[in-house]
Write a protein that binds this ligand. Structure first.
Ligand SMILES: NC(=O)c1ccc[n+]([C@@H]2O[C@H](COP(=O)([O-])OP(=O)(O)OC[C@H]3O[C@@H](n4cnc5c(N)ncnc54)[C@H](OP(=O)(O)O)[C@@H]3O)[C@@H](O)[C@H]2O)c1
Length: 332
């Protein structure tokens, strides 16, 4: 049995999803010959550390009842630097102004010789090259499947399953909130403001929906694709972005009469990075509905491959994180 020790930095929806997935997959992990131990967990209020492995059921219960996992003093950085373990799972909130605290957490992890698995797109949308160099300089792995498309394995597909192919172009829908709004507007012929309100009531849209509806969240994800798959050195400022706030029910109806739907499409290839509403034929593989995400990847050998699935959710995002953890665990 190979023991692999991890820390979970950030214990919100995704961090708790990772803990729940490890608990539910215990038997599977053992069958794979992997003993996954969580030796540190932190949230914004404190931390728990246990070199022998934290009892995850108790940690989840404490978080639920007390609002924190903390059992005493300690910070994310102290866990990352001082506690012996192999993988830092960085799942703190996305910040696209300066990338913090994720950026500092990831760089500290690399500099202390630890692999990083993350769902936090902020640092990657701002400082991808620096992060990749820091991981390479320290001889450790950097995995970020969950930053784009939630459960949809875009990077694994391209880097592993499609290895040897040249990717010519990628188009996709990378934001579930805007896709839900556009789908409801088209289906119910309702105005944008009304559907946005409905989405907020359902918890699909944030109270401040700006990042989603203005296309900023999509732009951040597109930049990660551009850097990781096309080897570019872009930041989200390099993306030409148009959001969905100006789309009217009349425009959607006109499209519908011609068997077209409007979708917020992200496009990368030919060094052009664009996020904009586009007309898509109703039966096109990109025309997925509701909160679904989709990526259509055009390659030289395999042709076009399209994958679709849930772009968010605690357990769905944890699926990508667990897959990255297992990739590292098997490689160690
Ligand atoms: N939720 C999704 O479906 C989803 C999907 C894909 C990617 N993501 C990304 O994954 C990351 C986590 O998302 P989430 O939904 O889990 O967010 P969340 O529910 O807001 O949780 C964030 C966690 O980070 C903790 N935190 C904040 N500042 C911290 C600090 N300085 N040190 C340590 N912990 C800190 C928070 O502490 P408190 O608990 O004390 O507030 C909280 O536990 C984000 O970057 C998000 O963009 C999320």
């Amino acid at each position: 049995m190979k023991t692999v020790r991890i820390s979970i930095i950030g214990f919100g929806a995704v961090g708790q999803g990772v803990a729940n997935s490890i608990l539910s997959k215990n038997e599977y992990l053992n069958e794979q010959g992997i003993d996954l131990q969580v030796v540190g967990i932190s949230d914004s209020k404190g931390a728990e550390v246990n070199a022998q492995g934290i009892d995850l059921e108790k940690a989840l219960k404490r978080k639920k009842e007390k609002g924190t996992v903390s059992k005493g003093k300690g910070s994310a950085l102290e866990i990352i630097r001082d506690v012996e373990h192999e993988i830092v799972v960085e799942v703190t909130p996305t910040n696209i102004n300066d990338g913090q605290p994720g950026l500092q957490n990831m760089l500290s992890a690399f500099n202390s010789g630890k692999h990083v698995v993350t769902s936090n797109k902020g640092p990657l949308a701002l400082r991808f090259s620096e992060l990749r160099e820091a991981s390479q300089d320290n001889g450790v792995m950097f995995r970020y499947e969950a930053t784009v498309g939630g459960a949809v394995p875009i990077f694994n597909l391209v880097h592993e399953a499609l290895a040897g192919n040249r990717v010519i172009r990628i188009e996709g829908i990378l934001n579930g909130t805007t896709n839900y709004i556009l789908t409801r507007m088209a289906e119910e012929r309702l105005p944008y403001e009304l559907v946005l309100k409905e989405a907020q009531e359902l918890g699909i849209a944030e109270t401040d929906p700006t990042y989603d509806v203005e296309g900023i969240d999509s732009a951040c994800k597109l930049v990660i694709i551009a850097n990781s798959i096309f080897g570019e050195n872009a930041t989200y400022h390099d993306v030409r972005v148009t959001g969905i706030t100006k789309i009217t029910p009349e425009a959607l109806e006109l499209g519908s009469k011609n068997n077209l739907v409007v979708k917020l499409i992200c496009e990368a290839g030919n060094s052009n990075l664009i996020v904009a509403p586009r007309l898509v034929p109703k039966k096109h593989p990109l025309a997925v509905g509701g909160t679904l995400n989709v990526a259509s990847i055009l390659t030289d050998l395999a042709g076009r491959i399209t994958i679709s699935g849930k772009g968010a959710g605690s357990i769905e995002t944890a699926s990508s994180i667990l897959s990255d953890i297992l990739y590292i665990a098997r490689t160690l």
